[in-house]
Design a protein around this ligand. Structure first.
Ligand code: COA
Length: 224
């Protein structure tokens, strides 16, 4: 089997002419996954993004084939209100990391992490960024945690599918959202989703700590 190397890949913004190959990669990438793990997107969704509702970063192999993409959407999804749920200012500039796919043959290279970083660089520096990820899709939320997103809520969205609501500012004074008191942290693996939901609604935040892995940390100043 060919061993793929990320340094041979070409990164760039995609345009309207790329619609068909984005849809093909998306369809292939989510094959076998149910809507509870990942939301199937329509060609119209991607077409709107390519025509100005946001931007799509693409990754091509040396032959020019599209092997990964990541979507940056201007504004929130109609079905989600991160501003209300997280108490953001009324005039907050909101942008959403609205999905990414990596072709099977290129998985395991952490391409989604780089796609997240590239989209943060493209975002308005003052933006409030959010993304949603199913608890059952750890490849998605682990990458977001690595790049400074925090799990802030557990919500039913997109026709009743469970999602972590994850957020960060585009420009962070301290890029180590990975910080936190490991002694008070609770491991995500050991918490049922109901318990995670309860803690998140009390202000606990999901983070990836070097010494403890994926955890919920209590609100600053609160006891454990
Ligand atoms: C999500 C996706 C883009 C990630 O691709 P990728 O960048 O190649 O991801 P990797 O395989 O490098 O894994 C990223 C992280 O998830 C972890 N991971 C991957 N698969 C996992 C699994 N089944 N269970 C637990 N962790 C897993 C990896 O260990 C890695 O974490 P680490 O860096 O802390 O070790 C890819 O899996 C995909 O295209 N999935 C289908 C579409 C999708 O779900 N998109 C996201 C939601 S829109």
């Amino acid at each position: 089997m060919t061993r793929h190397v990320s340094s041979e890949l070409h990164w760039g913004l995609l345009g309207p002419g790329d619609l068909d190959r984005i849809v093909a990669l998306h369809t292939q990438a989510i094959r076998g996954m149910c809507p509870d793990q990942v939301r199937p997107e329509s060609p119209e969704f991607f077409a709107a993004l390519l025509e100005g509702a946001g931007r799509i970063v693409g990754v091509c192999d040396p032959a020019g084939d599209l092997v990964a993409y990541g979507v940056l959407q201007d504004g929130p999804d109609p079905g989600t209100r991160p501003d209300l749920w997280l108490g953001w200012p009324e005039d907050a500039r909101i942008q959403k990391l609205a999905g990414s796919s990596v072709a099977e043959a290129y998985r395991g290279l952490r391409l989604q992490r780089t796609l997240i970083r590239r989209r943060i660089e493209l975002a308005d520096p003052d933006a409030y960024l959010y993304a949603t990820a199913a608890p059952s899709n750890p490849a998605s939320w682990r990458s977001l945690l690595h790049e400074g997103f925090e799990i802030r809520r557990l919500r039913r969205v997109y026709q009743d599918s469970l999602r972590y609501l994850m957020a960060r500012r585009a420009r962070m004074a301290d890029t180590s959202a990975a910080g936190g008191d490991a002694s008070a942290a609770r491991s995500l693996d050991e918490l049922l989703l109901d318990e995670q939901d309860r803690l998140l609604s009390q202000g606990w935040r999901g983070r990836l700590l070097a010494q403890a892995g994926c955890v919920l940390v209590p609100p600053e100043g609160a006891g454990s």
